[in-house]
Design a protein around this ligand. Sequence first.
Ligand SMILES: C[S@@+](CC[C@H](N)C(=O)[O-])C[C@H]1O[C@@H](n2cnc3c(N)ncnc32)[C@H](O)[C@@H]1O
Length: 302
Amino acid sequence: MNVHTDAPPRELTVVPRCALHAVPSTLLIPLAARAWGDERYPWLACGDQDARRLLACLEPGARAWLDDAWVVLNVLWRTRVLKEVAGRFFAAHPHAAGVNLGCGLSNPFQWLDTGRNTWVDADLPEVMSLRHTLLPARPPRWRGVAVDLRTPGWWRRLGLPAGRAARRPGKRPAEPVFLLCEGVLMYLRPPQVRAVLQEFAAQAPPGSQFLADFISCLGVGHARWVPSLAHSRAQFHWGAGGWSDFTDAHPRLRLLERHSAAEIRGLWLRLMEAGCEPLLGPALYGMALLGVADALLTGDAT
Ligand SMILES: C[S@@+](CC[C@H](N)C(=O)[O-])C[C@H]1O[C@@H](n2cnc3c(N)ncnc32)[C@H](O)[C@@H]1O
C-alpha cells in the first residue's frame, strides 16, 4: 500500500515510541529522514513511498528529528548509494535474493523489485512484529524473518542459498545474494561485527555482495553527541578504524567499493578526512561494499 499521507490509517493504532527498546527505537530516525528529508534536501530526495505513513503510526512528533541535519543528510546519501549499488547488482542478477539485515521499517524493495527477485527483511523479533502490523511482507517473493545478528547461524535461519552447494559436482551454482546492513553495525560489539562478516564470507555464494554503512572509530561511545540519539539509551559500540576492518575478518572478504558521505559535504571535509585517516579511520560516516572471493575457504576448505 503506497499512500502519501501523514495521518495514520484508520485501522491502525498509533504505537507509542516507548514500546521499543533503545536500539530498535533508533529505526525511527532514518524513517523520519526518509519521510521528511526530501522537502528540506530535494537534491538528495529518496522518494520513499512508505515512510510518512509508517511514521504517522509511530511517532507523530518525528519532524523534530529533521533538525539533526547531519544524520538526515547521511540517511538520504546512503539511500542514494544503496539505490545505485543494489540497482547495478539486480540489473546483473534479476533473479537473485536481496536481504535487509536490521531492516527496521525501511523498505528498499520498493526500488529494487525486478519482478523476479526475492527479498528478505530481517530484524529483532520486537521489530518484526511491529513490521508485520505496519508493513507486512507479501510472500512468496517478499518475506520477513525475526533474527538476532548476534547469534551465529542467521544465514541458515534466513533460508539463504548456501554457497557451498556451488562446489558439488553436478549442482548448479547458487545465485549470488545482495545483503544490505544500514544503521546496524555501529550498535554491535566489535566481535559481533566480525562474526557477522565472517558468516557472510563463509556462506555467501560467489558474486554475493554486502553493503554496510559505518561510523568512524572516533564516534564509539559518543551517541549522546548525536542530537537525534541523545535521549535514547542506544550507544555506538563499533566504528571502522581502517578499511581493513572490513576484510580482516575472513580471507574470502574483498572490499569492492568505498564511499564517504564527505562527497556531499564539500572539498574541505574530503581533504580533512584524507589528512586525518590514521586518527579517524576511513571516513566520519561512510559505506563499504564487500564481495567474496570465488573459492570457499571454510568448512570443506581446499
Ligand atoms: C538505526 S535502525 C536502522 C533501520 C533500517 N536499517 C533503516 O535504515 O531504516 C537499527 C536497526 O538495527 C536493528 N538491530 C540492532 N541490533 C540488531 C541485531 N542484533 N539483530 C538484528 N537487528 C538488529 C534494530 O532493531 C533497528 O531496527
